[in-house]
Design a protein around this ligand. Structure first.
Ligand SMILES: *Cc1c(COP(=O)(O)O)cnc(C)c1O
Length: 345
C-alpha cells in the first residue's frame, strides 16, 4: 500500500474536526451544561454518544474485531459517500465491477468522480486480466461487492489478495450479504492489509434495515479519518439503543439466517421446475437472480399480483433477469404458485 497521505485528500488530512461538547468528558454522570440542550426530562433530550461505544463493544464481541477498528455510519450508504469524500478529488477515479451495487455509481456521480467499470463475464465471474489492465494509480477506491448484488456470487480470495497488493487506493469489500454465505469473509485480513475496508450492515442478515446502520471494519488510521469527516452525531440515540436490543438475541437471529439459507435452496428448486424459468444463478446471498424467457412480462404480471421483485434486465449481462429476495416460507410459496398460474395462463 502507498503512503496514506497519497490516498487521503490533503484538506482532509490537515483539517481540524468539529470538536463536540461530549469529546471533553466521556462519563455518564454529571451536570451537563456544555451542549445547549434543554434539560427538560425526555429520553432523547441529550445528544447521543458520537462514537457509539456501547454498540461498538457489542459488535466487537460478535464480529471479533477490536473496537478501534470499527466505524459506524447512517447505513453503508453513508460510509460509501464518506470514503469517496475522504479520498477522491478532481482527476481521481473509482473502480468497481459491472454489474454491482448501484450506490457506488450514484455516490461517485454525486461527488463528481469518474467510476470505471470492470465487466464480469456471463457467469458473473471477475475477468481478472481485464480488471488488472484497468486498475491504475488514479483509482483511490475500488469497490468489490461479495457476495455480489445482483447475482449473489462471491469473489475469490486470491483475486482480492492480488488486488490489495497492487492497488494504490483503498480496497472496499462490501459484505452486506456475507452472513448468508458458507464462505468466510475478509474480516480476518484487516490487521494485515491497512488499505482494506470491509463493509457490513444491519440492513440484511441482521433484519434492521429501518435502523440505518452500516459498519466499516478497517485499520485504525482510517477509522480516525472517517471520524473526522462524519457528521458528529450520525447515529441517533434511539437507533443506537434499538441496535443494541437487536443484537441481544444473536441465537434467534442466527436461526433466522439459517432458515433463510434453507429457504433459498427450497425456492431455487421450486423455481427450477417452472418452464418459464431459464436459469438461476448460484447465490450465496438472500436473493436469487433468475433468468426468464420474458422478464418484463413476468415482472408486470407479478406486480398485478402485488408481488414485488426487482427487474435487473438492463444491467450488464442481466438480460431478462429478475432479482428475487428470499421471503418467508409462505411468501415464497405464494410466489411459486403465482408463477405456476402465469405459466398456465
Ligand atoms: C443492501 C446493500 C447494502 C446496505 O446498505 P445500507 O445503507 O447499510 O442499508 C450495502 N451494500 C450492498 C451491496 C447492498 O446490497
Amino acid at each position: 500500500m502507498k503512503d496514506i497521505s497519497t490516498i487521503i485528500k490533503p484538506n482532509i488530512l490537515s483539517m481540524n474536526p468539529y470538536s463536540s461538547a461530549r469529546d471533553e468528558y466521556t462519563g455518564h454522570d454529571g451536570v451537563f451544561l456544555d451542549a445547549n440542550e434543554n434539560p427538560h426530562p425526555f429520553d432523547y433530550a441529550r445528544y447521543p454518544d458520537p462514537y457509539q461505544q456501547d454498540l461498538k463493544n457489542r459488535i466487537s464481541a460478535i464480529r471479533k474485531v477490536a473496537v478501534k477498528n470499527i466505524f459506524l455510519g447512517n447505513g453503508s450508504d453513508e460510509i460509501i459517500d464518506l470514503l469517496i469524500r475522504c479520498t477522491c478529488q478532481a482527476g481521481d477515479r473509482i473502480l468497481t465491477l459491472d454489474p454491482s451495487y448501484g450506490m457506488y455509481k450514484v455516490s461517485a456521480a454525486i461527488n463528481d468522480i469518474t467510476i470505471d467499470l470492470a465487466p464480469l463475464d456471463t457467469q458473473f465471474t471477475v475477468k481478472e486480466k481485464q480488471f488488472f489492465q484497468k486498475l491504475n494509480a488514479h483509482h483511490k477506491l475500488i469497490f468489490i461487492c461479495s457476495p455480489n448484488n445482483p447475482n449473489g456470487g462471491i469473489v475469490s480470495k486470491t483475486f482480492v489478495e492480488k488486488l490489495l497488493q497492487q492497488a494504490s487506493g483503498l480496497v472496499v469489500i462490501d459484505e452486506a450479504y456475507i452472513d448468508f454465505s458458507d464462505e468466510s469473509g475478509f474480516l480476518p485480513w484487516i490487521d494485515k492489509y491497512k488499505n482494506l475496508v470491509v463493509l457490513q450492515t444491519f440492513s440484511k442478515s441482521w433484519a434492521a434495515a429501518g435502523l440505518r446502520i452500516g459498519m466499516a471494519f478497517t485499520a485504525e488510521w482510517l477509522v480516525a479519518i472517517l471520524n473526522k469527516v462524519k457528521p458528529p452525531y450520525n447515529i441517533s440515540a434511539p437507533t443506537q439503543q434499538l441496535a443494541l436490543e437487536r443484537l441481544n438475541d444473536m441465537s434467534k437471529l442466527e436461526a433466522s439466517i439459517t432458515a433463510i439459507k434453507l429457504e433459498r435452496e427450497v425456492l431455487k428448486i421450486a423455481l427450477s421446475k417452472l418452464p418459464v424459468v431459464e436459469k438461476i444463478f448460484p447465490s450465496e446471498a438472500n436473493f436469487l437472480l433468475v433468468r426468464f424467457q420474458d422478464a418484463d412480462s413476468v415482472m408486470a404480471y407479478l406486480l398485478e399480483q402485488k408481488i414485488i421483485v426487482r427487474n435487473r434486465s438492463t444491467q450488464h449481462n442481466c438480460q431478462n433477469t429478475l432479482r428475487i429476495s428470499v421471503g418467508t416460507k409462505q411468501e415464497n410459496l405464494l410466489l411459486i404458485n403465482k408463477l405456476k398460474e402465469y405459466n398456465n395462463g
